[in-house]
Structures are given as C-alpha cells and as structure tokens.
Design a protein around this ligand. Structure first.
Ligand SMILES: Cc1ncc(COP(=O)(O)O)c(C=O)c1O
Length: 397
C-alpha cells in the first residue's frame, strides 16, 4: 500500500518539535518523568479558569435540548455575537456576528483561511523564524510558502517583505506574539506593514490579504500595549483560538474574524464557511462554543507565565546565553553557544533537558525553549543549562 509522495517527503522531514518530544518520551522511560526537563512542546500547564469548569458542570446538569446536533457551519449565533462584541470593543470597528466563523482551533482556522484565498501556486509570505506547520497548511491549499528574514531582534523586516511581494503573492501571514521567539510586533511595525500592503495592493491592482495568527494574543507581559492589525489594514483576517488563553488546546476551539472594513468581507466569510465544511471540520466543537462565549475577556493567570519568563531569562543571561527578551507567548529562542544547534540540543539532552533546534523553525544556530511548565521543572533544569554554557565557554578559551 503506497502513501502519497508528498506526504512521504513530509514524513521524512518530520517536525523537530515532535521528534524531540518523542525522544523525550524515551528519556522519561529510562530516567523517570520527574528527572527529565521537557521544554519541547508548547503545551500549557495551567488549568482552564474555574469559571469554565463551573459552566461545563452546569451544562452537563441542565443540558440544552439539541446541544449535540449539527449546526450552521459558521458556528452558533450567540457565540459569534459575543466574539463580535468583544472585537468591536477592542478595535472600535463595526464587527458583527457575520464577521466571525468558529473553527477547530487556530490550526483549523488557518487551514480554512488559506483554503478560502489560495489558488494553485499562490504565495504566502511568512517572516522567519516561524511556526513550521504554516508550510504544510499553505501547501494543503496548493500554495507556496515564501520565507523572509526578520531583523536581528526578530522584529519585522519590512524591506524584506516589500522585496518578496510580487505577482504571485496572495497574502502575508504574521504571528505575534510569536512562536518560536516570543517577540511581539509593535504598533509602528503593524502601521508600516499596513501602509506597505496598501501600496503594493494598489500597484498590483488587487487587495493582498494580511493574515494575523494571534493564538497567543492574551499572553503578553510588561503591560505592553498590543497593536490591533484590524486598525492598520482593511484586508486583515485574524485567526486565533482559546488553546492558550483559556488553556484548552485539546478542546480545539478557535475562530476566524474578517475585518468589517474588508471590501469583499461577505464573499470572504462565505468562502471561509465553505472551507470549514468541505475541509471536513463541518463546525467547531459545539460544547466549547457554548462555554467560551461568555469568557471573551477571561484568561488564565498570565502573570504565572511572566514570572517563568523572568526566571528563565534572568538565569540564562547570567549564564552567558544571548537571547532577545520575549514579551509574549511562552517561548524563549536563545542563540546556541556553538554553530550546530542540533549538536547543542543533544548536549542539553545529556543533562536530560529537552529543547528544539532552531532549524525546526527555519533558524539554525538557535534553540527553542517552551516554558509552559511547572516552575520546578525550570528550577531543576537551570544547573544543566549553566554547566553546558560553562563547558562551551571553557572550550573557546
Ligand atoms: C503560532 C501558532 N499558531 C497556531 C497554533 C495552533 O493553535 P491551536 O491549538 O489553537 O490550533 C499554534 C500552536 O501551538 C501556534 O504556536
């Protein structure tokens, strides 16, 4: 029985995150789970808010008749209305229920949007380092990923984006707060990106799309102001989920929101609803749609992630690692002290520390730490990080 050539090639280049996660499982089997410091996967360790669990129990005790049936492919009206209200308040733009399509997480949402906009061979520009799944999602819809460099501090490199835009470009896909770097793009970057996309759209005689992956939107630190891309460019489509802010990644609940300023918003939404159905998602999970509707302003305690960021960042810089201080998400992306990021990650593994080589995100020479873990895992790993840094420092002398 043969599998597709494309899938075979993809399997051979298997995700570094999954590879490290699996190697970690083996280490845990050998040494015991508590003796392995696993920073491979961005899997939130915090429990969902108590209010969600209470609502879940209330729904189980007093079920709404028909609550397990099929529904419109765009999702429940009440949920979309609640999200539209939230988006209206956040942006000041006239969002309505019709601008929101409920999806199977942000991953489902991205596939829906890409299916809705891409024709065979269309390009999607993605700043690198990047979340590797983007490539597969774009290719799922016949598109091609076009990677562009970011600046040294991982901020958007607008001239690289400008140079990459051409006849084949259909969209620019940005992810902020960013996985793997934790960097948050500032207001000026979004404004300039908006201006650039307006200029290029005029030149091309068609509107380019800006897709913003905001899966980590609520996980920001240092009381920073988060820019709103909807206010910077009219043809913006936001994709997000409650996987991280409400710690519900296994429940697969997210949404796509199309800007009300988008000239062809109605057609775009019709295409997204069609894609949601025909990609086989049909609709987002029913139970979760009911539960998240009233929780639009809630989140897990973000301060806990911020404290872990501080502990990790301060310790690693003290040990001599070079890294940009992240202002969001739950990742650190330090430079590896040696050129070969895979060899470095292996060295950390010898201390039972699991991280992911930067090449897994299009950036060799770096490594990613996912710190959505209990504090004691970080504390347990710090001596190992120190020893490895000291070893390489001694070798350099
Ligand atoms: C940047 C980014 N986008 C999308 C996703 C997928 O999120 P979801 O679990 O909501 O599908 C992830 C998950 O880790 C992510 O890091």
């Amino acid at each position: 029985m043969a599998i597709s050539k494309k899938v075979k090639a993809a399997l051979n280049g298997a995700s570094w995150v999954r590879r490290m996660f699996e190697e970690g499982e083996e280490l845990k089997r050998l040494h015991g789970e508590e003796n392995v410091y696993d920073f491979s996967l961005g899997n939130p360790n915090l429990e969902p808010p108590a209010s969600l669990k209470k609502a879940l129990k209330a729904l189980a005790d007093c079920p709404v008749p028909g609550m397990h049936r099929y529904m419109p492919n765009c999702g429940y009206s009440d949920t979309r209305k609640a999200i539209a209200e939230y988006l209206k308040e956040e942006s000041g733009l006239p969002f309505e229920e019709k601008h929101v399509v409920m999806t199977v997480g942000a991953a489902g949402g991205l596939n829906v949007v890409l299916k809705a906009i891409l024709d065979e061979g269309d390009e999607v520009i993605v700043p690198s380092p990047y979340f590797m799944e983007f490539k597969s999602y774009i290719e799922n819809s016949g598109g091609q990923i076009r990677l562009v460099e970011t600046n040294d501090d991982f901020s958007l490199n607008l001239s690289a984006i400008e140079k990459a835009i051409g006849e084949k470009t259909e969209a620019v896909l940005v992810n902020s707060p960013n996985n793997p770097t934790g960097v948050v793009y500032d207001q000026e970057s979004f404004e300039k990106l908006g201006e650039l996309l307006k200029k290029k759209s005029r030149q091309l005689g068609r509107n380019l799309h800006l897709i913003t992956d905001e899966a980590y939107r609520r996980i920001v630190f240092d009381q920073i102001h988060l820019p709103n891309a909807f206010c910077c460019y009219p043809h913006t489509i936001r994709v997000t989920s409650h996987s991280k802010d409400l710690s519900l990644p296994g429940e697969r609940i997210g949404y796509v929101a199309v800007s009300p300023l988008c000239e062809d918003a109605d057609e775009m939404i019709a295409a997204a609803v069609f894609a949601n159905r025909t990609l086989g998602f049909v609709n987002a999970p029913a139970l979760m749609q009911r539960l998240v509707a009233p929780l639009q302003k809630n989140s897990v305690n973000i301060r806990e992630y911020e404290e872990k960021r501080d502990l990790f960042y301060n310790s690693l810089t003290a040990f001599g690692y070079q890294l940009v201080k992240p202002q969001g998400a739950f990742y650190l992306f330090p430079k590896a002290p040696i050129e070969d990021d895979v060899a470095f990650v292996k060295e950390l593994q010898s201390k039972r520390i699991l991280t992911v080589p930067g090449r897994g995100f299009g950036k060799p020479g770096y490594f990613r730490i996912a710190y959505a873990v209990n504090r004691k895992v970080i504390e347990g790993a710090l001596p190992g990080f120190k020893e490895v840094a000291e070893k390489y420092r001694a070798e350099k002398k």
